[in-house]
Ligand binder design. Structure first.
Ligand code: GCU
Length: 447
């Protein structure tokens, strides 16, 4: 018995060693391909070097991330969301929809997130499993599905979007569904134990308690989360395996495209009330959530968690993560190639738009901007709050309520009166403590 345990132990060691070896090799090769892709984009842009990003790990580093509010606003003037390019002000909803919003969309497409190609292929959804299951004390129907993307235009790239949909088993009518951009972890990864985590109902259980459903879509099945993957995934499929042009879409826009295809599916599934589908994501997927909401008006509500730079945070802020970080080889793939220009030779002040206008693109639909506090400084809660404030005039123009204040609220104090909502919880880099607040907010709309 002892010997068998010993053998098993050695086997486990061997397996994990080869797995670690494999992941290191895989990582090295991803980094290598990424740096070639990154250099190609720099060459296309004629950029020799970019400014260094902020260091979030070492407060003593010369480029340590700034958390001093006195230094946080080097470019305090924001583009006016209601100021037309021709110098006139927008005073009617009609001019917003017909003239000003398209101007903003064009700037985000060209400079920030990249253009989604017009002729993206059809996606055929296949439900691969339907299971009667339980989540906590709730009886559910859990569906697993794959969205096969038509790759007849370039058969050497294959894209299969992975998603699950879980709805209450006893629902008498179609239910609201909140879809999350789900993190996937490498094989063998063990989640760190969360103190008291088991006592609180999970976000899925909280939604089921309301009689709502949830879906989880896997962004990496749409587009890889690295520069090496840009010639693969939906971006590579559309480009037929070639490099991106500076205004081509990046991963955030690609993930948003995938979320829209999931919503196409919900429109065909009788368990789902497709007019009450919300989108939620945290961190990089918080960015993707805001982009999804901004570009697809069918999404009814958004829970944007700790989205930071490239998400709700103003690019013009100097706090926590900077444009320069996202423009670096580790993160540029989220954005259009053109975005890199603003980390050198240009500056964030030169951007034709800023993130308050991405939030304004969501108007008049409800958006919850949120973050944590301790350990979540990198995402710059204040900069996200300021963006939400500056999106307010567009919500008001469209007959909705803004945040109702310009004063940054205390931690744990939600601003809940408007169609824009903000809350910073007191924990770290996690959406968990904000779920009950988001659900309270969503209840106002999903009666
Ligand atoms: C890094 C990155 C952030 C991102 C985060 C994440 O911290 O700088 O922009 O949001 O990773 O997604 O985990």
């Amino acid at each position: 018995m002892k010997r068998l345990t010993g053998v098993l132990f050695v086997l486990v060691l061997l397996c994990s060693a080869s797995q670690a070896q494999f992941s290191k090799q895989a990582r090295d090769s991803i980094n290598k391909i990424t740096s070639v892709d990154y250099q190609n984009m720099l060459d296309q842009l004629g950029i020799k070097t970019i400014r260094q990003g902020a260091n979030g790990n070492d407060p003593k580093a010369p480029n340590a991330a700034n958390y001093d509010e006195a230094k946080a606003n080097p470019f305090p003037d924001l583009p006016d969301p209601l100021g037309m390019k021709n110098g006139k002000s927008v005073t009617s909803a009609k001019t917003w929809w017909k003239k000003r919003r398209p101007e903003i969309v064009e700037d985000f497409d060209r400079e920030i997130y990249g253009r989604m190609p017009q002729n993206t292929p059809k996606v055929k959804w296949e439900v691969t499993e339907i299971k009667n299951d339980t989540v906590g004390k709730y009886k559910v129907i859990a569906k697993t599905m794959v969205g096969h993307v038509d790759n007849s235009g370039y058969p050497s790239v294959n894209v299969d979007i992975r998603m699950t949909l879980t709805t209450p088993a006893e629902a008498k009518e179609p239910v609201p569904v909140i879809m999350e951009f789900g993190f996937i972890f490498p094989p063998g990864f063990r989640m760190p134990a969360m103190p008291n985590a088991s006592k609180e109902p999970t976000w899925q259980q909280q939604l089921l308690e309301k009689g709502w459903g949830f879906a989880i879509i896997l962004p990496n099945s749409i587009q890889a989360d690295n520069g090496a993957g840009l010639t693969q995934g939906i971006i590579g499929l559309m480009n037929k395996g070639k490099y991106r042009k500076p205004d081509d879409w990046g991963s955030l826009r690609a993930w948003a495209w995938g979320a829209s295809r999931a919503l196409d599916y919900f429109e065909t599934d009788k368990a789902v009330n497709a007019r009450q589908v919300g989108i939620e994501g945290h961190s990089r997927y918080g960015k993707a959530t805001l982009v999804t909401m901004a570009y697809d008006s069918r999404f009814a509500i958004a829970f944007v968690s700790s989205s930071g730079e490239g998400g709700a945070k103003l690019h013009r802020r100097n706090a926590g993560e900077l444009v320069e970080n996202v423009a670096s080889s580790g993160e540029y793939h989220w954005m259009a190639g053109n975005f890199i220009k603003y980390a050198g030779p240009l500056t964030p002040k030169d951007m034709p738009v800023d993130s308050h206008e991405l939030i304004a693109m969501c108007a008049p639909r409800p958006v919850f901007i949120s973050s944590g506090e301790k350990g979540d400084g990198w995402v710059d809660a204040k900069g996200m709050f300021m963006a939400a404030v500056a999106a307010g005039p567009v919500y008001k123009l469209l007959g909705k309520k803004d945040l109702g204040t310009t004063i940054f609220p205390h931690v744990e104090t939600p601003l809940m009166d408007g169609d824009l909502t903000f809350r910073q919880h007191s924990s770290g880099h996690t959406p968990a403590p904000n779920w009950p607040i988001f659900i309270r907010f969503a209840e106002k709309y999903f009666k």
